[in-house]
Design a protein around this ligand. Structure first.
Ligand SMILES: *Cc1c(COP(=O)(O)O)cnc(C)c1O
Length: 347
């Protein structure tokens, strides 16, 4: 039996229809700017999210790097959350390649950075300090949706203090789908609302949207021209990249609204684990369920992950156990995962 792979939403295989779209894509040389499939994707995502321009890049990490290095110069700094990808999970790239210093802040329980903390972290113009140039936020953050009210306030504060704003929206569409569900709107309207208040946004196609690779960085024309230069330096300028861009265009047309199913499956998984002694978790807003082992079960995470693997259920746990739902996990898969976890605890 095929394992249920809940390690990440990056593990999805391209669907038959997506493969067909990739094979049918007209291709050119994107370094010469004449790959029609790349150009079409860039125009589409920029328009969807309310930007002048966009740049297709191989990974979300490179997208954030291009973003930070296009906002900041050597000796500048960006304000960022401790758990954000573009601080914690990218090998310190902005500092290593750009000599841009991060100013990490602790998150509030809802994932936000307190406005008072942001305000206090902005350095005066003084030779002692790095120049504070950018506020970087992430949405969703660890599967949590930052509220629109908060995003509006934080970007307004940044702007009033002369900072640029960048959103790591690797899972922007998960945030949009969840936000649409809670306010009765639709995902595309919400994605635009969330993204368009930032100066730049990075979106991943290889997470919940289910493509083999690729991300896009959106911003003004001038900003994207700078980012294109950084992408070249980072070795991210690809040639017949339309093969991948076509998968992303397909995903934007067909895989956005369906994220609601992944969110429903994550809730279903959480509901299935209710009542098991030794587990602590909150019902997820999107597609990521974090579970803490507590009490006598506290030291058993490696043992549990190993057991689940034997049962054909894959998960990870670096800080906490993490179960991620996606395109290749259906209701039956969730039920299998619940049964396997329950049998470990004999609950
Ligand atoms: C996955 C992820 C990235 C990086 O994407 P890669 O394509 O793996 O480099 C950036 N930010 C967030 C929030 C992510 O989840």
């Amino acid at each position: 039996m095929k394992p249920i792979d809940l390690r990440s939403d990056t593990v999805t295989q391209p669907t038959e229809a997506m493969r067909a779209a990739m094979f049918a894509a007209p291709l050119g040389d994107d370094v010469f700017g004449d790959d029609p499939s790349v150009n079409a994707l860039q125009e589409k995502i920029a328009a969807m999210l309310g930007f002048e321009a966009a740049l297709f890049v191989p990974t979300g990490t490179q997208s954030n790097l291009c973003g930070v290095l296009s906002h900041c110069q050597r000796g500048d700094e960006y304000i960022v959350g401790q758990m954000q990808h573009c601080y914690r999970w990218e090998g310190g790239g902005a500092a290593v390649f750009g000599s841009v210093q991060p100013q990490p802040l602790n998150h509030q329980p809802d994932g936000s950075l307190a406005l008072t903390d942001i305000e206090a972290a902005i350095k005066p113009d003084d030779p002692h300090f790095a120049r504070t140039k950018l506020l970087a936020l992430e949405n969703t953050l660890g599967g949590q949706v930052l509220s629109q009210v908060y995003l509006d306030k934080a970007t307004k504060l940044a702007r009033s203090r002369g900072l640029a704003t960048h959103l790591d929206g690797a899972r922007l569409f998960n945030a949009a789908v969840a936000q649409a569900r809670s306010n009765g709107s639709d995902a595309r309207t919400e994605a635009h609302r969330i993204a368009s208040i930032f100066d730049s946004v990075s979106v991943c196609f290889s997470k919940g949207l289910g493509t083999p690779a690729g991300s896009a960085l959106c911003g003004s024309k001038d900003f994207i021209a700078r980012a294109r230069r950084v992408r070249k330096m980072a070795g991210g300028a690809m040639r017949q990249a339309g093969l991948l861009a076509a998968a992303a265009t397909y995903a934007l047309d067909h895989h956005v609204e369906r994220l609601a199913q992944d969110h429903a499956n994550a809730r279903r998984l959480a509901e299935g684990l209710e009542g098991i002694e030794g587990l602590s978790f909150e019902v997820p807003e999107t597609n990521i369920l974090f579970v803490d082992l507590i009490g006598p079960a506290r030291e058993r995470s490696a043992e549990l992950l190993q057991y689940l693997k034997g049962e054909g259920v894959l998960a990870t746990g670096l800080y906490r156990l993490r179960f991620v739902t996606h395109l290749d996990v259906d209701e039956a898969g969730v039920e299998r995962a619940v049964a396997a976890i329950r049998s470990f605890f004999r609950a």
